[in-house]
Design a protein around this ligand. Structure first.
Ligand code: DHB
Length: 505
């Protein structure tokens, strides 16, 4: 294949990129529609071949988003290899740019919007990966008749269709479609997890057929997920288990984003509530009713946890008593303790943190209540299934004709707007927990999950449950809670690509 590519590229002159989306009527990759590009960020230069705006389904519902950008390191067209990878063997890095369950445009190489350093797409290319960056439909898009085109499960269906396109074209495209590594943050991290957890499951088949996805497998090799806002139908309980007793809330005002580089329009900027100093805050105190319901939701969480049958690596059952204490809580704490220990070892002064117990240079315990007072609550009760249907997740579970719905029985029962309940099958399809360990799926073999220890967009329990369910089902998971890291992703790209390199070897 590599030789073929070199010969082909010698025969072809660089063609100008056709404006707008290309493809659509065929699922065959067109190797001669590309632009050769050079990009410098922070003094580092990469040369790559760009195949942009490729429609990855036969019957696109929304051709603005059901398109993919494919980038290939130029070296592979010169017969060279990068770190032992060739055009044939290079793994495929598959980042999605979804934030807030909004639609996401395909990613592009450039500076990271936070740091100005090379972003994940740029770094992936510099390290010899082929990048396939799919656009994904989201909860807000409507067609000319006002029908919604991207409500659940559209986003995961699109990611699967993109994977199928890559497999369909594996012979003629650079990169190895058996080595796809998905990456995403927040809602995008949830989708990345879902993609890795539901490989080839029949539930999604009718949706894939309807949009004309390639008839191929859609399992992937590895998952990177930053702060996945996942397990939505259990996330309200988990949130109150963690924050009950904290009645003040403060969070960044949704939708406010700092100015970004021109190469990244709003829809491909990812996670929506990245927290940074001086961002406008929405603050308040919860009502007496909310405080009461916080207690009710908290009280429902132990039954959920105990029903999961999760185990620690030594076989200890992870459970909670009626008060929400027990081995599961100690287990969640252990990740925070490990994070603090790492920070201490790296020379950080943690002596001012009254919730940490440090004895002779070892972090031995945390006081969970004091820790929560320190971390603070971001969201009001209920955090996800809003009773007035105003949360992004309500919107995500709308339908073609209905803007927003409930997705928990508790939410529907307390609806202040007479909201309807989303179809149970659709709610199921958005939660990786419903698939891990079940029949008829191929689960990604390698996972890297990160959730900052002061990320309050969902409970710390959510990523812990996900990681543990995977581990209990024999999957390799690298899970950590980076120290003092709020809601966000792609903040440790060197470590991420070291991990990807290791699992791909
Ligand atoms: C995101 C953040 C949230 O708090 C949420 O509820 C859903 C999505 C995000 O940043 O993608």
């Amino acid at each position: 294949l590599a030789i073929g590519l070199v010969l082909l590229s010698m025969l072809l002159v660089t063609l100008p990129i056709v404006s707008g989306a290309t493809g659509g009527d065929s699922l065959d990759f067109t190797p001669n529609k590309y632009a050769d590009k050079t990009l410098t960020v922070n003094g580092q230069t990469i040369n790559y071949r760009a195949f942009e705006n490729i429609v990855y389904v036969k019957n696109p519902v929304d051709a603005k988003y059901q398109v993919m950008n494919i980038y290939v390191p130029q070296e592979y067209y010169e017969g060279k290899s990068i770190d032992n990878y060739t055009a044939e063997t290079a793994p495929v890095f598959l980042p999605n740019m979804v934030g807030g369950y909004m639609p996401g445009l395909p990613g592009v190489p450039g500076p990271d919007r936070e740091t100005g350093s090379p972003n994940a797409v740029f770094l992936a290319l510099s390290k010899g990966y082929v990048v396939a960056a799919p656009g994904v439909r989201g909860r807000t898009t409507q067609d000319e008749n006002g029908q919604y085109t991207g409500k659940a499960p559209a986003a995961i269906v699109d990611l699967k269709a993109a994977v199928r396109y890559l497999r369909h074209n594996d012979e003629i495209m650079p990169g190895d479609a058996e080595k796809i590594i998905s990456n995403g943050t927040s809602a995008g991290g949830a989708l990345s997890s879902l993609l890795g957890a539901t490989g080839n499951h029949k539930d999604y088949e009718p949706y894939l057929k309807a949009i004309g996805a390639a008839d191929e497998r859609d399992d992937i090799f590895a998952v990177s997920a930053y702060c996945p806002i996942t397990n939505l139908e259990n996330a309200d309980m988990a949130y109150e288990w963690q924050f009950n007793g904290i009645n003040q809330y403060s969070k960044m005002v949704a939708g406010i984003r700092p100015p970004r580089e021109l190469s990244a329009p709003p829809e491909n900027q990812g996670a929506m509530s990245l927290e940074r100093p001086n961002s406008p805050q929405m603050k308040g105190t919860m009502s007496a009713g909310q405080i009461r319901y916080s207690g009710e939701l908290k009280a429902m969480f132990p039954a959920y946890i105990n029903g999961l049958g999760l185990k620690q690596s030594d076989g200890t059952a992870l459970t909670l008593d009626e008060q929400g204490n027990g081995s599961f809580k100690e287990y969640v704490k252990s990740f925070v303790i490990a994070s603090a220990q790492k920070a201490l070892k790296s020379g950080k002064d943690l002596s001012a943190l009254n919730w940490l117990t440090i004895i002779d240079g070892t972090v031995t315990d945390i006081d969970f209540d004091k820790y929560m007072a320190y971390a603070t609550r971001a969201k009001q009760t209920p955090a996800f299934d809003g009773w007035d249907l105003s949360n992004p997740e309500n919107d995500e579970f709308g339908t073609v004709a209905v803007t927003a719905q409930h997705f928990t029985q508790f939410g529907k029962e307390h609806s202040t707007v007479g909201g309807s309940l989303a179809d149970a099958g659709v709610v199921k399809m958005m939660n990786p927990m419903n698939y891990i360990g079940s029949e008829g799926i191929a689960t990604a073999k390698h996972w890297r999950i990160r959730h900052g220890n002061v990320d309050r967009d969902t409970s710390l329990a959510i990523p812990v449950i996900l990681a543990t369910k995977l581990i209990n089902n024999g999957v390799e998971v690298d899970f950590a809670m980076p120290w003092e890291q709020p809601h966000g992703g792609d903040y440790d790209l060197d470590e991420l690509f070291d991990w990807i390199g290791r699992v791909c070897d």
